[in-house]
Ligand binder design. Structure first.
Ligand SMILES: [Mg+2]
Length: 255
């Protein structure tokens, strides 16, 4: 289950989504929220979900979790990202230095880029320099934009593109629809599942990578004028509350 554009838009709940999901959870179904947003902490997202009326214990997987799986425990990592990414990296890497620390960028084993609202020229410079010097280049995701209640904002992919252009190196991307996130979800849900999301390019391609059905909702980035989309869809619905009724047709048996 995607979050931005499905459960909420910025800070505004999508009407009916939380109630529809709470009903499914009450039936004993497992819902794993999967978001490319790495700038906030997963626990904060879970708390927000509880504020929206979803039960405590909801599972949230972010692109920070997916990119952290690519980091070796012995590595010194330069992070250009938000608190959510920095905290997850600190749990898996030997040392995490912030991209704002110029001298700290010398001798790092990897550069990890996520959505960083405080991004500036110096941070891009330090990250690109480290990549040019041979550090592994990892990106939490490459989304061009993300939706908020006032429209689209530049996404992590816009910052990744700046570092990539300056360094002349392509990153390994971890989040939806790329393989590290697909591998993480396959481990979490070995019985299979259904992907619900608002973006064909991330959620739809993730579903294709997993071999699971894709339910497209039109409450986020994709508008009715954008149909048909260029990935297979099991169902297209105006919002999650409408789509959730159709999930019975697509959930794997026994899940
Ligand atoms: Mg979304």
């Amino acid at each position: 289950m995607d979050l931005d554009g499905v459960v909420w838009l910025g800070h505004q709940p999508v009407p009916g989504s939380a109630d529809a999901l709470a009903d499914r959870v009450a039936l004993g179904e497992r819902v794993v929220f999967c978001t490319n947003n790495s700038s906030e902490r997963g626990v904060d997202k879970a708390a927000t979900l509880v504020d929206h009326g979803l039960a405590p214990g909801v599972e949230v997987v972010t692109s920070a979790d997916a990119v952290a799986r690519l980091v070796d425990p012995s590595w010194r990592v330069l992070c250009l990202g938000g608190i959510g990414l920095r905290e997850v990296l600190a749990e898996v890497a030997a040392e995490v230095v912030d991209a704002s620390d110029g001298p700290g960028s010398v001798g790092v084993d990897a550069v990890v880029v996520g959505l960083a609202r405080e991004v500036d020229y110096a941070r891009i410079d330090h990250a690109a320099r480290a990549v040019r010097d041979g550090a592994v280049f990892l990106a939490s995701n490459d989304d061009a934009t993300f939706p908020a209640d006032d429209g689209l904002h530049p996404g992590c992919g816009a910052i990744v593109a700046a570092v990539r252009t300056a360094a002349g190196v392509d990153p390994v991307v971890a989040g939806k629809p790329h393989r590290p996130m697909a591998d993480l979800l396959r481990e979490r849900l070995p019985g299979g599942g259904v992907v619900v999301g608002d973006r064909p390019d991330t959620d739809g391609r993730l579903a294709a990578a997993l071999g699971w059905p894709f339910v497209l909702v039109l409450s986020g980035v994709t508008r009715p004028d954008d149909l048909p989309v260029d990935v297979p869809t099991a169902c297209v619905a105006p919002d999650l509350a409408t789509a959730v009724a159709a999930l019975d047709d697509w959930l794997p048996r026994g899940s």
